[in-house]
Design a protein. Structure first.
Lengths: 363, 572
């Protein structure tokens, strides 16, 4: 798959022009401070909010048939109707469904075949143009930029758990905030100007410290400190070149990156993104925007199934088996050399990162 | 508060009389060693008042921690008292205990007694073993009451007192043996001791530091603190806790009343790590840190300032002071220009600097706008309003806290709307407070406060650094007693050079040590302390030594009631 470094200014980027003007003033002010957040050409940010990029409309027009109803309760009712008068065993019923939820593979028949699976409809979504192309199945973002790659949204966009205030939407973010294993940071170095700089380096790290909430109790304070996890976090360290245009950071693709995504007390999970790119609006306080890439489906499936139990999936009318099948069906990158089946699916994550001082082991 | 011999306990009379005789016998020897020497540079002093002071919650807690160890939970809070001439400590001699407070303290005492007599703790907190745990054991109870009572009362208990407490323990042991509490059968002996210990912990002689006096052998017409009272005054001042066993032994033997003896005791106390507790308590009082507990900032204006920030700000300043004055024995005045401090993660947000977890030493860069205590968050945030800085509060605090000056309260009927109403024509504090100077009734005081506060205007109400206010550049020029400067660094330098800065510390330390504001007659003594402080490089430890070894520290003024004491002692 050809990978193109998208150097063209997109409409979305252009829409930040006004914002960047404000940044210019802010940057001028902070640059005069003796100990600015941006020091020695470096500025760090720690992840403080994270959700899969799911485009939602008020009327849910992207899901005209409604939400998927594929929780284990739904499946049970479908497979084992109460009026069938058939005597059943636990092995043949509950454990069979559990096995499907947690051990589905490509050779397993989707036992939900008799239930419809609703994919998100339409051609509008958030995300990044990962391949530099505009293809028929791509989306257009709200700023009018075409070629947005986010098939993961098409696969999961009509599952309640992934939508705003759904259990995955809420808890995966809450667990990111409260679990030190999920502390993830980016550090920009070689920054001459936080508004326009055509050559900066972006390095990702896993951090070691708690996030600092502000006095309101719901926000996060810029100016905290994070130590780099140099012992157990080496596999999360990646470095890539980027540039800042009108206050928006974009980066070249990272061939493959691990992003911590663990479930406290359950798993120490992570996701693998291929051709990972960032697009963040920057201020001296916050970096906000999207991370996009091709999500490794097997790792996605493994993390999901080792993180979310049956009852959680059921709350969201979700089924890991069905999701796995949908992700495989809509996968759009990295074909298996032997089977030709794609192994990764384009996706994006909405992120807010708050400025921190990143302390390296040698500091 | 003075003591009247007629209302004193038999123990007091007994001690007083024997001390008087000892004192007279040793008069000549002591005279040569103390104030009779013509070369003694300390001016003649009549001393301070004999006081009965309420123990502070921290002193109570520290004392129990010394007696019973740190594993005993002694969460104690007493009712706040009123600040008097710069210190809360100056009000302890006029503070009482209400019925409600007694109930609260009794609750604490019951908890502490219960912990001490817990089956595991008592193994080492009650040194002896009763013959039977099911009933009274007078020998063991006597041993416990004598030992613990001495440390709690800060004097040896006389036999009659011990007998009363042991009798109570025995009666309670018999009554409570076999009774059930929370489903468990009580061990009579320890249940009896627990009752007595609870009573000891709320005894007036524990909750109040009752000083007593005796004639000074070098001048029988002059009173001085007796050995136990001198031990308490030393210990509560230097360690913020009751005297330890060694100090009480020195008081008991009379050694503490000799020149060599008190020097040995003082030097030991000044070298002890417990000096840090004492000086933290003193500076906590002097820097008005009792207000930190209630310090609140508007979360929408200063979202980075939390209750943790406030507590860390207090801790930062105290760590800075202790490190500077005791660990490094540096010039007190340099605290107002030094760039060395300590940093925590919560504070680092306000300072805009990186921080290691926990507390770590930190030095502000040479080009940093921060140097000295005036640029620390504790001072800046405490002297601001919840949503904005205050040039007046900052100027007033500097004068009152560090120069011991008194700034009058504003006259009644002042219209503050000029200061608080947002007006685009007055974007900065400098422009808004200019109104102060246009009003004759305000100008007198604000001329001495506002030029100080204006030089700190580059720090907002939470202590964060800023260059602009309402998009207007802040002019941080200011003045202090004839010195003009630009910004907080200049203010710190000006304050450091101000001769009133060390004089004020001397006054505060002396007040804190002796329990009340110095009287006008104490001026020569304070001048002497100031000279000594300067000659010794403004080192705090030397100042403490000078003060506690001075005659003024231990002599007691001959007020009418004390005159009666002297007369009664002479006639015995």
């Amino acid at each position: 798959m050809p990978q193109v470094w998208n150097a063209t200014k997109t409409p979305q980027v252009l829409s930040f022009a006004f914002f960047s003007t404000m940044l210019a003033f802010a940057g001028a002010a902070t640059a005069q401070l003796p100990e600015p957040h941006q020091k020695d050409g470096r500025i760090g940010y720690v992840l403080t909010e994270r959700h899969w990029a799911i485009h939602e409309t008020e009327a849910s027009t992207e899901c005209p048939q409604g939400m998927n109803t594929r929780g284990s309760r739904d499946l049970f009712a479908q497979q084992f109707p109460e009026d069938s008068d058939v005597e059943r065993t636990v092995v043949d019923t509950r454990l069979m469904i559990e096995a499907y939820q947690y051990h589905t593979n490509t050779a397993t028949t989707d036992i939900y075949d008799s239930l419809p699976y609703y994919e998100a409809q339409g051609n509008v979504s958030y995300g990044l143009n990962l391949d530099g192309e505009v293809n028929a199945d791509d989306f257009m973002n709200s700023a009018g930029e075409e070629g947005i790659d986010n098939q993961l949204y098409r696969a999961l966009g009509c599952i309640a758990g992934y939508r705003k205030d759904g259990q995955y939407w809420f808890f995966e973010n809450a667990f990111m905030i409260n679990n030190g294993s999920n502390r993830w940071m980016i550090e920009l170095s070689g920054v001459d100007d936080l508004v326009n700089d055509d050559d900066v380096t972006v390095t990702t790290y896993r951090g070691l410290d708690n996030l600092l909430t502000d006095a309101t109790g719901v926000g996060f304070s810029a100016g905290g400190t994070q130590r780099v996890d140099a012992r157990w976090g080496q596999s999360f360290v990646e470095e890539v070149k980027g540039k800042i245009v009108d206050g928006v950071l974009t980066t070249e693709p990272i061939a493959q990156a691990k992003i911590p995504w663990s479930q406290p007390g359950v798993s120490d999970g992570y996701h693998i993104f291929k051709d990972l790119q960032f697009q963040f609006k920057l201020t001296s306080q916050v970096a906000q925007g999207l991370m996009g890439g091709y999500v490794d489906i097997e790792q996605y499936n493994h993390r999901f199934r080792t993180s979310w139990s049956s009852h959680h999936q059921n709350y969201g009318q979700s089924s890991s088996g069905s999701e796995y099948t949908a992700l495989k069906r809509l996968a759009d990158a990295y074909p298996d050399p032997e089977t030709g089946a794609n192994t990764a699916i384009s996706g994006a994550v909405e992120m807010t990162l708050t400025q921190v001082y990143i302390v390296h082991p040698d500091e | 508060m003075s003591l009247d011999m007629g209302r004193s306990t038999p123990r007091f009379k007994q001690c007083f009389t024997s001390a008087f005789h000892r004192a007279v016998m040793g008069l000549l020897a002591l005279c040569a060693l103390t104030g009779c020497s013509p070369s003694d540079p300390e001016p003649t002093s009549s001393g301070t008042q004999l006081l009965t002071k309420l123990i502070t919650a921290e002193q109570y807690s520290n004392s129990l921690a010394y007696i019973f160890g740190p594993s005993i939970d002694t969460q104690v809070q007493f009712t706040p008292i009123v600040r008097n001439e710069g210190l809360l400590a100056n009000s302890l001699a006029t503070a009482g205990v209400s019925v409600g407070q007694v109930q609260t303290i009794q609750g604490i005492a019951a908890t502490v007694a219960s912990q001490v007599m817990d089956i595991e703790q008592r193994q080492y907190l009650v040194a002896c073993r009763p013959e039977s745990i099911d009933g009274p054991d007078e020998a063991c109870a006597t041993q416990f009451v004598s030992k613990v009572g001495r440390l709690l009362f800060r004097r040896a208990l006389i036999d009659d007192e011990i007998a009363v407490f042991v009798e109570q323990a025995s009666a309670a042991a018999e009554e409570l043996a076999g009774e059930e509490l929370n489903g468990e059968e009580l061990d009579g002996f320890y249940a009896g001791l627990e009752v007595v210990l609870e009573g000891l912990l709320i005894h007036p002689e524990v909750l109040f530091i009752i000083e007593s006096a005796e004639p000074d052998p070098s001048n029988p017409e002059q009173l001085r603190l007796d050995g136990y009272s001198l031990a308490s005054r030393l210990s509560f001042f230097l360690w913020n806790a009751s005297p330890d066993d060694e100090l009480l032994a020195a008081a008991e033997s009379g050694e503490l009343l000799t020149r060599d003896g008190i020097e040995r005791a003082v030097d030991r106390m000044l070298e002890s790590p417990r000096l840090v507790d004492g000086m933290r308590a003193f500076f906590d009082d002097m820097f008005v840190f009792n207000e930190i507990k209630t310090l609140v900032k508007d979360a929408t204006i200063y979202p980075g300032f939390t209750t943790v920030t406030a507590l860390d700000a207090q801790e930062q300043t105290l760590r800075t002071i202790i490190d500077h004055t005791l660990n490094k024995d540096k010039d007190y005045r340099d605290l107002f220009t030094s760039r060395s401090t300590f940093m925590s993660p919560a504070l680092a947000i306000v300072y805009g600097v990186p921080a290691q977890p926990g507390w770590a030493s930190y030095t502000f860069a040479e080009d940093s706008p921060r140097a000295g205590l005036l640029t620390q968050v504790s001072f800046l945030a405490l002297t601001s309003h919840p949503g904005r800085s205050s040039v007046t509060l900052r100027g007033m605090a500097l004068r009152e806290q560090f120069l011991c000056q008194t700034v009058p309260q504003p006259p009644p009927g002042i219209d503050f709307s000029v200061l608080t109403n947002p007006d685009a024509n007055y974007p900065t504090q400098r422009q808004r407070v200019a109104a102060h100077l246009e009003t004759p009734s305000c100008a007198g005081c604000h001329r001495i406060t506002d030029p100080i506060g204006l030089s700190l205007e580059q720090f907002d109400g939470a202590g964060g650094y800023r260059l602009t206010e309402n998009e207007a550049t802040i002019d941080a020029t200011g003045a202090l007693d004839g010195f003009e400067f630009d910004g907080a660094i200049g203010l710190g330098e000006a304050l450091r050079q101000n001769p009133e800065l060390p004089r004020c510390l001397v006054q505060r330390v002396y007040s804190y040590a002796t329990g009340g504001p110095p009287e006008i007659e104490a001026r020569p003594t304070l001048n002497y302390f100031n000279e000594e402080f300067a000659a010794q490089g403004y080192q705090l430890r030397n100042l403490l030594r000078t003060i506690v070894l001075s005659k003024a520290f231990s002599l007691i003024q001959n007020s009418p009631s004390e005159e009666r004491l002297l007369a009664a002692a002479s006639s015995d």
